[in-house]
Write a protein that binds this ligand. Structure first.
Ligand code: G3P
Ligand code: CA
Length: 236
């Protein structure tokens, strides 16, 4: 078994990030799993979007949390990337669980503190979906753990001093520490190993960084281009 390859926001190098088009592309490209970012609409529905605002990746304006689902769903989340993707909607988490849940592992990154309960309720409706819930927000992760002792969790960190994140991952019973790629080196990998945690860095693209991560012995990684990552990591 090679490294576990997560398609970061879907196969976001060749389709608009966090859309169904990017998730189908990830499936086609042989990713092992899909990473996606979850936030709530004004009416409390979990949807897939990275930024706090809609401006960069849709034709809408302002903060997502001010938009009702019915208005949000009329937006175009594809044209900014390429006209071929015009009309791609902002996906519902429910759609992703239903379409991909039994086919690929899903890494749901919770950006929004209020999303813990609604996401958990939704995930429980899809028992066949294999999920891991990840976040930079440790309070949110603690809430999830209180609700569900067996839920797979992962702790994200972009801090140069990564030891507190590692300790938190241990306390939470997380399966992995997911650090920014620039933080990964022998010390971090060894510390995770000693504590029984997997190491899954983001975002790793390009032959040099991919090979370096393999050399350090990480367990998986997030890539915007899972087809290229597979070529480099498994067939060279
Ligand atoms: O889950 C890893 C990675 O997605 C975290 O950073 O900004 O791409 O959501 P970001
Ligand atoms: Ca993310």
């Amino acid at each position: 078994m090679g490294l576990f390859i997560w398609a970061h926001r879907g196969a976001s190098a060749r389709a608009p990030e966090n859309t169904l088009a990017a998730f189908f592309a990830a499936l086609e490209d042989g990713a092992d799993g899909i990473e996606l970012d979850i936030q709530l609409t004004r009416d409390g529905v979990p949807v897939v979007l990275h930024d706090v605002t809609l401006d960069r990746t849709t034709d809408g304006r302002g903060r997502l949390c001010r938009w009702l689902l019915r208005d949000l769903r009329r937006l175009d989340a594809g044209s900014w990337f390429d006209n071929r993707f015009a009309g791609e909607p902002v996906p519902l988490l429910e759609e992703v669980l239903s379409l991909f849940g039994g086919r690929l592992r899903l890494n749901l990154e919770l950006k929004d503190g209020a999303a813990a309960r609604p996401v958990l309720d939704l995930v429980r409706r899809f028992p066949r979906a294999e999920v891991v819930l990840s976040s930079f927000n440790r309070r949110l992760l603690r809430q999830l753990r209180q609700h569900d002792a067996g839920l797979p969790l992962a702790v994200l960190t972009d801090q140069r001093f990564w030891r507190p994140a590692l300790a938190a991952a241990r306390r939470l019973g997380a399966e992995s520490l997911n650090p920014r790629v620039s933080l990964v080196g022998p010390a971090l990998v060894a510390a995770c190993r000693r504590r029984g945690l997997a190491v899954v860095p983001w975002t790793v693209d390009g032959d040099g960084p991919l090979r370096r991560m393999r050399r350090f012995g990480v367990d998986g990684l997030f890539s915007n281009d899972p087809a290229a990552a597979r070529r480099v990591l498994r067939y060279d």
